[in-house]
Design a binder for this molecule. Structure first.
Ligand code: AMP
Length: 371
C-alpha cells in the first residue's frame, strides 16, 4: 500500500514548506519562509537551482518520480509550486497520498492549457481575446475566419515569456497565394502542436493584479501594476498603473472571482489587456507568485512571497497595502553585469538570483526603484 501522508492544516513556525521548482520564485519564497521561522525543502530536476542557496533542504528529482515525490511529501508539512508546468498528474498523485498541495490541481490544470484557461475565464464572466482551437491547417484557416487578422497562434501548453507563439499579420495574406504559405509557416513555426488562435487585442496598456486567498477564503489584492514587455519578456512593472480607479477595481473584482471559482489557496498573478475605452481583457493567469509582483517586496509591508507562504501555511493573510510608488525592472541576460552601478543608486534595491550563467533572455535579477 502507498505510504499515507498526513499534513497539518496549519504549518506552525519551525515547520517545512515543500516547494516544487527551484527558480528565482522558489528562492524568494524560501527567503520569505525563513523570515516567518519556517523551513523550505525544494524539489527540482536540476543539479543546482537558484533556490538552493537559501533553502533548508533540496531533492533532485523529476516531477514524475513517484518514490521521490512520496519521500519529499513525507519530509514536509505542505507542498506548493513556483512553476506552473509541474505535471497535474504529479499533484494528483501527491494529493491522493494524503499530501496537502496548495494551490490545488484545479488552478494548475486550467493555467497549463490556454484553451481550458480561456474557456474557464469566459464561463465566470471574464472577457478574453476571441479564440479558436487549432489542431491542423484546416482548423487554423477556420480560426482565422473566426477571430480575424492579425491573430496570434499559441501552443496550448508549455508557452512562457512569449515562447511557442507566432503572429499572423493581415498584409501578407493579401498577396496572391500567400495565405496558404503564411498559415503553413505559422503552423510549422509552433511545431504543429495543439494550439489556440487568438484575435489580436489592440490594447492601450498591460496591467496585472496579484491576489491572494487563504485557506479560510479570505482574499487580499495588491494594487495594479503596469507592465511593459520587451521581446516577449517582462521588462518593467510600475505602480501605480496608469488606469482609473474604476478600471483597477474591475481588474480586482475579476481576480476575486477567479480566486473563488478555483477555491484557490495562495498567490495568483492575473494579466490584463486594457483597451482604449478602459475595458479589460484577461490575457492569462499564473497560479503562483508572479514577476509583475516583485515590486511588493520593496513597496508593501507584506510581499507577494510572504503572502503566498502565509496562505499555503494556513496563516492569516497580511496587509497588501502599498506604502510607496515603485518601478521594478528585470535584469535580463548580461544586463546583470552592471549590478554595481545599480547598487550605487539611492532608493533602489537590488535582487540578484545567484544564477551562474547570464544567457540571453534569462532573468538574472531585478531592481526596484522606490519613487
Ligand atoms: P503571453 O505569453 O500569452 O502572455 O503573451 C506574451 C505577450 O504577447 C503579452 O504580454 C502581450 O504583450 C502579447 N500578446 C499575447 N497575446 C496577445 C493578443 N491576443 N493580442 C495582443 N497582444 C498579445
Amino acid at each position: 500500500m502507498a505510504q499515507q501522508i498526513n499534513h497539518p492544516d496549519v504549518v506552525e513556525p519551525g515547520g517545512v514548506i515543500g516547494i516544487l521548482g527551484g527558480g528565482q520564485l522558489g528562492r524568494m519564497l524560501a527567503m520569505s519562509a525563513a523570515q516567518l521561522g519556517l523551513q523550505t525543502h525544494i524539489l527540482r530536476p536540476d543539479e543546482l537551482s537558484p533556490a538552493d542557496d537559501v533553502a533548508s533542504a533540496t531533492t533532485k528529482s523529476a516531477y514524475t518520480d513517484e518514490a521521490k515525490l512520496l519521500a519529499f511529501a513525507a519530509a514536509v508539512d505542505v507542498i506548493t509550486y513556483e512553476f506552473e508546468n509541474v505535471p497535474a498528474a504529479s499533484v494528483n498523485f501527491l494529493t491522493s497520498s494524503g499530501a496537502k498541495v496548495r494551490p490545488g490541481v484545479a488552478a494548475l490544470e486550467k493555467a497549463q492549457d490556454r484553451l481550458v484557461e480561456k474557456t474557464f475565464l469566459n464561463e465566470i464572466g471574464a472577457a478574453t481575446a476571441p479564440f479558436y482551437a487549432v489542431d491542423d491547417l484546416a482548423s487554423l484557416e477556420a480560426g482565422l475566419n473566426h477571430v480575424g487578422r492579425p491573430a496570434i497562434l499559441k501552443t496550448r501548453r508549455l508557452g512562457y515569456d512569449g515562447k511557442g507563439q507566432t503572429t499572423i499579420t493581415k498584409e501578407e495574406h493579401d498577396l496572391p497565394g500567400a495565405f496558404e504559405k503564411a498559415i503553413e509557416h505559422a503552423w510549422a513555426e509552433i511545431g504543429a502542436a495543439p494550439s489556440i488562435l487568438e484575435g489580436f487585442v489592440p490594447f492601450e496598456r498591460e496591467i496585472s493584479i496579484i491576489g491572494a486567498r487563504s485557506v479560510d477564503g479570505d482574499i487580499r489584492l495588491y494594487d495594479a501594476a503596469e507592465n511593459v514587455h520587451r521581446a516577449g519578456i517582462l521588462k518593467t512593472s510600475t505602480v501605480p498603473a496608469k488606469a482609473s480607479a474604476v478600471t483597477i477595481q474591475n481588474a480586482q473584482e475579476i481576480t476575486h472571482k477567479i480566486l473563488n471559482a478555483l477555491d484557490y489557496v495562495g498567490v495568483i498573478g492575473v494579466e490584463f489587456f486594457m483597451l482604449k475605452d478602459s475595458g479589460l481583457i484577461v490575457n492569462e493567469f499564473a497560479p503562483r507568485v508572479h514577476n509583475s509582483g516583485h515590486w511588493t517586496s520593496d513597496a508593501c509591508a507584506v510581499s507577494q512571497f510572504e503572502q503566498h507562504i502565509r496562505a499555503v501555511a494556513g496563516w492569516p493573510l497580511g496587509d497588501p497595502c502599498r506604502h510607496s510608488d515603485a518601478v521594478m525592472e528585470n535584469l535580463i541576460g548580461d544586463e546583470v553585469n552592471v549590478w554595481r552601478t545599480h547598487a550605487e543608486q539611492s532608493n533602489l534595491s537590488v535582487h540578484l538570483y545567484g544564477k551562474r550563467e547570464a544567457r540571453p533572455g534569462r532573468k538574472m535579477g531585478h531592481i526596484t526603484t522606490i519613487k
